[in-house]
Structures are given as C-alpha cells and as structure tokens.
Design a protein. Structure first.
Length: 509
C-alpha cells in the first residue's frame, strides 16, 4: 500500500482534473483569418475570446492541448502583490509607471470578477488578502520600504507582526482585496465562448515560423499556413523571435507545487515569503474539501539539484508547520523573467508592424496574462490602451537591465562551454530503473533514461535551440536546458520552447 504522505509518483496538476475539454482538430490545410494566435494559455484564450466577441476572425493554434502549458500549472492567484516589487518599480520606472502596473493588475482582477458574473462561471472565484511575510531580520527593512511604496501609490495595505498562518514570522505586509480562482474552470468557458463566436481552435499544431508575402503567415511544422493580418505570439517563450532577441532578454525558472490535505484548517489569505527559498500558500477546494497549495523552491531551469529534492523540501516545510495527512497532487511550473521584471507585451520588434508578443510574466501570469490579452486585442482593434507603453518590448533601459543582460549571456555562454567540456563516462549497467544519466556514446554526449521496464531511451543532449547541453530533471522525467529553458521528454520531444525541434534520438545497436 502506498503511504498517503509519499509524493505522488507522477506530476499531475490538479487544475485539469474533472474538467471536460472539447478536442480540437489538428490544422490540416491552409486557412485565412484576421488574427492568428499562437499558444492556447490564458493569454491566447482570453485574446481569442475578446477578439471573436468583436467579430474578428481568429484562429488559435497550440502545439499540444489548449490550457495545458504554464496556465495549467499555475498557482492561480489573481493578485497585484507580486513579491516585493513596487519599491523597485518606483525607483526603476518612476511612480506613475509603478502605479500604472498596479492598476493594470487590478483591472485584470476586475475583468475576471465581471466576466465570472456575466457568463455565470462557476470557477471558485473568491476575494482574499495577499500577504508577503518574513521571518528574517534581513527582510524587515525591505518590507517596510515596500509598505512605504504602497502608501505612496495609495495601495490599501497593513504592515503587521501577526498573521494567522502557523508558520514562524516576524513581519507581514498585507495587500487587501485580491483574489484566487480555478483558472481552467474560468478559461474553459472563455474558450467555449470564443468558439461560439466563430474562433477556430487547433491543437497538436506546432507553429515554427512567421513568413511574409503580402500578409504575414504562421507556418506550421506540417507546412500549412495561417494567412492573416496580425500574428499574436502567445507561446510562453516566443516561438518566433522577429529579431527581438528574446533568448538574451529573459531567463527561465522552475518552481514546485504540492496540494496537501491537512488536519489544520486553512486560515484564509494568500501568502508568500519575502526571503528565499520561496514558500507560497493558498487554499483550494479538491472534491469539495479544503486543501493547501504549498508552492516554491524555485531555481533556474536545468540548474537545480535533483528536482525531486525540491518537492521534498516543500514536503518537509509542510510537515513541520502545517501537518500532512495526504499529498494529493504534485506538479511544477516554468516561468520567464525579463531583465527589468516588467513583462514584454506589444510589437515583437520595432520593424514588425503586425506581429505581437506577450511574455516574461515572472510568476504572475494570471493578471499580466489577462492584461496582455487586452492590450494586444486593443492594438488589433485600433483602440487606445493606457498600459501599452509601460509593457512595450522595445524599452531597454541601461540600468539595471544592461548589467543583467551581460550577466545572463555570460551564464548562457558558461553553460554552452561547461556542457561541452564535461567529461562523462558513466557506466550504463549500474543505472537503476526510472533514472537517467549523461554519458558518451560514439563520441557524442548522450542522455540515457532507463524506464520502468528497463528499456533505454537515448538522446543527443545538445539542445536544438542554440546548442547548450540539457540536464536531467528527475521530478518530471524531462531533459531541461539551462540556457533558455527549453524542455524535452525522455524520448526527445519538445515539451516547452524556445526549441522547436526534438532532441536527436540515438539508437543503441
Ligand atoms: Fe536555448 Fe537550449 S533553450 S540553447
């Protein structure tokens, strides 16, 4: 019998459980629409909903299944409290822009609240306070500075020494009236509505390029074209770069989630630590019963310890403070951070008039994702949007972005070189079932995974994006790239871009 306190064997996000999604076809022909949206997460689905409602002819294509990427793996906080950020944003972007950022998040929250009412969506939407807390003396001043920033921006708040969370804490900053919901219950209704209004959805259809003739066209891996007036690249990591140099302007991080049944009832609120390693908490209803979502332990993709240890760290935290009766689910998420922590939403590059992008939401994709859908829909419809300047991808400020830009690329270069020089001569006979190693086969650096039936799956570990060496991720059983966050199954298929081509498979004689 399995111990209920053990980690579930396979990562499976709770959000997709018990939701019936329609199956959408694969694109098998050339089509012509007004807008081609690539990527079926919160951004793509919301944009399809908004545009189709205005009688715009939309096609949305996704390389896998709709709502199964980052959006399907979120914590689903609808909050404007994005770690300690407003003090930094005031210093970097100025008070007006910091205020605008907060207003954008609150507008996204309002959109969810209104749409939930309007379409009568049962998506467990509930208002909750958002709380950053710390137990470290080093972070108390930072929280006080952040409180001063809230006051300056007229954000309703409270700085306190007592919160009802059974976790040691010295100080906490509360942002009132934020919210949480079940993202897929909400977005699946938006997807249905979009389709009812004429949007065409296609699954298992991988976009590989954008080409121009008279009009832009999205080219699929099978060679089909979606000819359109506008392209919206909403693929988490942009599948098309348009000379926007996105791989050099963002880095990918992974974080981990446990859904836990505890004897302790959840005290209300959505929590996050100020210090690292992050611990983020919210409640969720699973089969009508309250559970705790325990989230955190993030690290740069492909650069962590054995990934199962991150889940264990969360488990230890939960055992120590919350009490674990059962671990119901575990899953992980990948997030992209820009050089200045402000997402890139707008024209993909100055020279590309009709291609738009939305990416780099850090861990805050629910509100930033919705605001991205609104900004780009407004651009396509020719409407003003007061947030578009704030998020414009063409901004590039020397301080502190440039320093990070250089550091980021040094990091990529280090991984490119390190991976190539690494001497590996592991003995495959000692490899256990359900484990992987990196070795050399016929002079090539090869990643070998031995499955539960002891079958070996061997891939060339050279990432097909820009040639860094992928690393094994034991928690998800994937090969992850430390440079820009591409991920591949153990058989080499792309799970997550920017890579578009699978890892080369190596056949063992
Ligand atoms: Fe860019 Fe792997 S993701 S080299």
């Amino acid at each position: 019998m399995t111990n209920a306190k053990e980690l579930p064997q396979y990562p499976e996000p709770f959000w997709r459980e018990n939701i019936q999604f329609p199956k959408y076809p694969k694109l098998e022909e050339k089509i012509k629409v007004d807008v081609a949206i690539v990527g079926g997460g919160i951004v793509g689905v919301t944009a399809a909903y908004l545009l189709a409602k205005q009688n715009v002819k939309v096609a949305l294509i996704d390389a896998g299944n709709i709502l199964n990427g980052t959006t399907g793996h979120t914590t689903a906080k609808i909050s404007a409290q994005h770690d300690i950020i407003y003090d930094e944003f005031i210093k970097h972007f100025g008070k007006e822009n910091a205020k605008l950022y907060h207003e954008a998040q609150m507008e996204a929250k309002e959109f969810v609240a209104q749409t939930t009412k309007e379409l009568n969506i049962d998506c467990d939407y509930e208002e909750q306070d958002a709380i950053i807390y710390t137990n470290s003396d080093d972070y108390i001043t930072q929280l006080e500075n952040e409180k001063a920033a809230y006051d300056e921006l007229e954000i309703e708040n409270e700085l306190t020494e007592t919160i009802p969370l059974p976790v040691p804490h010295k100080k906490a900053l509360i942002m009132k009236n934020q919210a949480q919901f079940h993202p897929l219950k909400f977005l699946s209704v938006l997807a249905d509505e979009a389709v009812k209004n004429g949007a065409q959805f296609y699954e298992n259809t991988t976009a590989v390029d954008v080409e121009y003739n008279k009009h832009p066209a999205v080219i699929t891996r099978d060679g089909h074209r979606v000819i359109c007036k506008f392209v919206f690249v909403a693929t988490h990591f942009p599948f098309y770069d348009g000379k926007g140099f996105y791989p050099t302007r963002m880095y990918a991080e992974r974080s981990y989630v446990l859904a836990i049944k505890s004897k302790k009832s959840y005290p209300g609120g959505m929590y996050i630590t100020a210090e690292q390693p992050t611990r983020s908490l919210r409640s969720v209803k699973i089969n009508g019963e309250e559970a705790w979502l325990v989230v955190g332990d993030s690290h740069k993709t492909g650069q962590g310890k054995s990934t199962i240890e991150h889940y264990e760290a969360l488990q230890n935290f939960a055992e120590a403070h919350i009490g674990v009766e059962e671990i119901l689910y575990r899953w992980s998420a990948q997030d992209l951070t820009t050089l200045d922590k402000m997402p890139y939403i707008g024209r993909i590059a100055e020279s590309e008039e009709s291609v738009f992008v939305a990416t780099g939401f850090r861990k805050w994709g629910m509100t930033n994702g919705i605001i991205a859908a609104k900004i780009i829909s407004d651009k396509i419809l020719g409407h003003e949007n007061r947030y578009s300047g704030l998020y414009s991808p063409s901004r590039f400020q020397a301080d502190p972005s440039l320093r990070k830009f250089i550091r980021n690329n040094a990091d990529v270069a280090k991984h490119l070189i390190k991976g190539k020089l690494e001497f590996t001569d592991n003995n495959l006979s000692s490899l256990s079932s359900d484990d992987a190693t990196v070795t050399r086969i016929n002079g090539k650096r090869a990643g070998v995974y031995k499955d539960k039936e002891d079958k070996l799956h061997v891939v060339d570990t050279t990432c097909t994006h820009m040639g860094c060496e992928v690393e094994w991720n034991s928690g998800e059983r994937t090969w992850d790239c430390p440079c820009h966050g591409s991920r591949f199954t153990y058989t080499g298929e792309v799970v997550e871009g920017p890579a578009k081509r699978p890892l080369e498979r190596i056949e063992l004689e």
